[in-house]
Design a protein around this ligand. Structure first.
Ligand code: ZN
Ligand code: FE
Length: 263
């Protein structure tokens, strides 16, 4: 099996309109046997998206079309590649009940899914920590330090792993070191290997998979995958199931850096 398990689509409001067929044909050409489309699920209706354009999640009214379109593609290409219908679902502290209700509703239509943390809560306010280095630093000043944001991120990922989100809770944890995205912008070296290991161990205990996400390698202030290579090695040493994810929001980024990560 050769899988890319984290792919965005034209249904992403902050992505590109590259057609699904182009992603699929590229995957077939590069001999992938399995791909999962994991569009950002619609955010809970009562959650205020803190990003300026409020475009972190898919528009709720497009969800049915998204699922129908993917079913059609799955059928159309079934002799060439296994297409899995998925979503990238946000874990947001304080919105567990809404998320569970959403998963209970949508779960039966999905083949695969990812649970990710993009939003951190601090004193009742939310921040999308991967939006921009300015937003990240503003948040770090509020929380107290860059290290405090790292800790808050890992605490939140741990909560996502432990959370009761019902029987359709995703089995894969998305990019658990996304908080490294701006590390070469703020230039602070945080020693967080014990925290990352804590997370990987918690995932192992729960029987989850790790999204080995190559997108960070292409981000100019990150330059490493999520999680970094040493932690991918650690994940392998504890036999945590690894699933490559390019997190592509454009066809040109599909399968980015696959060969560096999965050799
Ligand atoms: Zn996205
Ligand atoms: Fe994500």
């Amino acid at each position: 099996m050769k899988k890319d398990g984290h792919i965005h689509t034209p249904f992403c409001p902050h992505g590109t309109l590259d057609p699904l067929e182009d992603y699929i044909e590229k995957a077939i050409n590069e001999q992938f046997t399995d791909i999962t489309f994991t569009e950002h699920a619609p955010l809970p209706l009562n959650f205020m998206d803190p990003t300026p354009d409020k475009d972190s999640g898919m528009k709720p009214e497009l969800l049915t079309t998204y699922l129908d379109t993917l079913s059609q593609m799955k059928e159309q290409y079934k002799n060439d590649i296994r297409i899995h219908i998925g979503l990238e679902v946000d874990y947001i502290v304080g919105f567990e009940e809404e998320t569970k209700a959403f998963l209970n509703m949508i779960g039966p239509s999905l083949d695969d899914a990812i649970l990710s943390v993009h939003f951190l809560q601090w004193q009742g306010e939310y921040c999308c920590i991967d939006f921009s280095e300015e937003e990240f630093m503003k948040f770090a000043n509020k929380v107290g330090s860059v290290e405090a944001v790292y800790d808050l991120y890992y605490d939140t990922v741990l909560r996502s792993i432990e959370a009761d989100l019902g029987v359709f809770k995703p089995k894969r944890i998305g990019h658990p070191t996304l908080v490294h995205k701006f590390q070469h912008s703020h230039k602070e070296q945080i020693s967080d290997e014990h925290r990352i290991k804590e997370i990987l161990n918690a995932m192992k205990k729960k029987g989850y998979e790790l999204d080995v996400n190559s997108a960070g390698l292409s981000k100019k202030y990150c330059l490493e995958p999520y999680p970094p290579f040493t932690m991918i090695d650690y994940a392998k040493s504890i036999n945590l199931p690894l699933v490559f994810g390019s997190d592509a929001h454009a066809v040109k980024d599909l399968h980015q850096h696959y060969e560096k990560i999965f050799l």
